[in-house]
Design a protein. Structure first.
Length: 310
């Protein structure tokens, strides 16, 4: 990144299988996978806004590729974009991707306007076949972990837990084409830390329905109605993007995420996807270890530049 700004993180080593053009395509595919109720296109810059759903990706701007080479055009686009977000009462969040050959110039120009760095992210990729076939025992490993906890009365089977000790309920991972109201409710239940966040997350889950058959909604279930984890995949141009992975606290460290990921990879393969991608913040060591351990590798990285004020 620009040597004039020491706060800008260095991107990870690029995957040699992905040239800059395909890396830029991947940024576009990922942007298309993120829904938002409001969008604004300004000279090739794509802005999204979801004022009631404060998820960073749903409120971010993907700049036009190479925009940083023309400082005046970039300044003009930013003036329009800043006015739009200001009318919504929101800060401006610009994604700066190392796949963009102008990223250093863009980063420097945003820094000069007072934009600060947030959330450095690694974009990781893997072959669908490798995860579908080589991701490990998946549901079988999760089933064994559930049985062990059930027999000794620990975790969700402890006194006062959701399930009775001694009984071993069936486990399953369901992957459906499209998303339903029921899936959105499960999504909110797993990700929502309180009633407000549950409502916001569930609302976002319902919005995902706009992607139609391009989305695969996954849920890990214990018995018929206990939701242990959720995740979804979005399909475009042979890629399947993995999003929204989450495990309910009481079911963590039992292999739920691995089982979900393998099932989503199998579903993506059935719909002719050849590669997977996912985005992981660099300060999330648990997720980094899981995905890299399964065989995901660096494609490129990005971070956000965020305006200091509305």
């Amino acid at each position: 990144m620009s040597t004039t700004d020491p706060t800008a993180p260095e991107p990870p080593h690029a995957n040699p299988a992905l040239d800059p053009a395909s890396g830029r395509t991947l940024d576009e595919v990922a942007a298309n996978a993120t829904v938002a109720p409001l969008t604004r296109l300004v000279d090739g810059w794509l802005g999204k806004a979801a004022p009631d759903i404060p998820f960073r990706r749903a409120n971010a701007v993907l700049p036009a590729a190479g925009a940083g080479f023309d400082h005046r055009a970039t300044a003009a686009a930013l003036d329009v974009i800043e006015a739009w977000y200001r009318s919504l009462g929101q800060r401006v969040i610009v994604q700066v991707s190392s796949a963009d050959p102008a990223s250093a110039a863009l980063d420097e120009q945003l820094a000069a306007r007072g934009y600060l760095v947030e959330a450095p992210v690694d974009l990781l990729v893997a072959e669908v076949e490798r995860i579908a076939e080589g991701g490990g025992p998946g549901t079988d490993a999760w089933r064994v972990a559930v049985e062990e906890h059930a027999l000794v009365g620990t975790g969700p089977f402890a006194a006062g837990g959701a399930l009775a000790a001694g009984s071993v309920p069936p486990v399953s991972v369901v992957v459906d084409e499209g998303v339903s109201v029921a899936w959105a409710r499960r999504y909110g239940a797993v990700h929502g830390e309180d009633a407000v966040w549950r409502a916001r997350t569930e609302a976002y889950g319902r919005m995902l329905g706009g992607l139609g058959p391009a989305i695969l909604g996954g849920a890990a279930l214990v018995g018929h109605d206990v939701v242990a984890g959720v995740g979804f995949a979005v399909l475009e141009r042979g890629w399947a993007g993995i999003y929204g992975m989450g495990t309910a606290p009481v079911w963590r460290r039992m292999g739920v995420a691995r089982a979900l990921l393998v099932a989503l990879a199998v579903g993506a393969r059935e719909r002719f996807a050849t590669h997977l991608y996912l985005q992981v913040e660099r300060d999330n060591p648990g997720a980094q270890a899981l995905y890299r351990g399964l065989g995901f590798a660096d494609a490129h990285g990005y971070h956000y530049r965020v305006s200091e004020r509305v």
